[in-house]
Ligand binder design. Structure first.
Ligand SMILES: *Cc1c(COP(=O)(O)O)cnc(C)c1O
Length: 227
């Protein structure tokens, strides 16, 4: 696992260099769904600083055992409103906000514990019915409306593009997400700080880095195939 992790970092660095970016502008989210705690601890010892979890229940079990680890927790799965409280308690960033109602609920829960919750808006660029996320126009409206929520800080965008075995075919989607981020930045919407682009997984992260990813979410390439 340590070797695989090292290889992933090297590939991120090489992809960043190829597009004139610094490797320090790309943060690795080690996706640990179904991965046992001992392995997560090893990854953290080997230098992982962010772990990504998909399921609230699984995350709670892990969190109770390893919450003192020096690591940041990111939620990357689909979030139901009735789980927002747990998400706010555990996660430093929620990548998957896809409705105003969810943003409002997160704001309410964050207010209770006096926390500013960092979030990303999940965009479904290809309009795939099987994936979460919202279209570009709906996301733009959501961002405008959620911008005034006091306890929610919108940091950027996340996407899961259609899966192709050829990463080059995913490139246009990554480019589109970056364009959307740049357009929103140019609009200077008060109260939002659109810097993050969460995109790229095991099969396509190098292309995502070349296209401007600031957070790559990688599971299999680090931990091996999931059971
Ligand atoms: C599982 C998952 C990943 C990691 O996928 P790998 O292909 O194993 O790297 C990234 N993002 C999300 C949202 C996921 O659910």
């Amino acid at each position: 696992m340590e070797q695989r992790l090292k290889a992933v970092w090297q590939r991120i660095e090489a992809a960043a260099a190829k597009s004139g970016r610094s490797k320090d502008d790309v943060r690795l989210v080690a996706v640990s769904k179904t991965v046992p705690i001992q392995k997560i601890e090893r990854a953290v010892s080997a230098g992982v600083t962010i772990i990504g979890e998909n399921y609230i229940q699984e995350a709670r079990e892990k969190f109770h055992q390893i919450y003192e680890m020096p690591v940041s927790w990111h939620f990357i799965g689909h979030l139901q409103r009735n789980k927002a409280r747990h998400a706010v308690e555990m996660f430093d960033m929620i990548h998957s906000v896809d409705s105003l109602r969810l943003a409002v609920e997160i704001d309410k829960q964050a207010r209770k514990i006096d926390k500013i919750q960092e979030v990303l808006i999940q965009v479904n660029l290809a309009g795939e019915a099987t994936k979460s996320g919202i279209s570009i126009p709906v996301a733009s409206d959501l961002i405008r409306e959620a911008a005034h929520l006091e306890y929610v800080s919108i940091k950027g965008l996340m996407t899961m593009p259609p899966f192709f075995n050829a990463p080059e075919r995913v490139r246009p989607y990554f480019r589109q997400l970056r364009q959307m981020r740049d357009d929103l930045l140019a609009q200077g919407i008060p109260g939002i700080e659109m810097t993050e682009l969460s995109m790229g997984m095991t099969g396509d992260f190098e292309v995502a880095v070349q296209e401007g990813a600031t957070l790559v979410r990688i599971g299999t390439a680090i931990f091996g195939e999931r059971r």
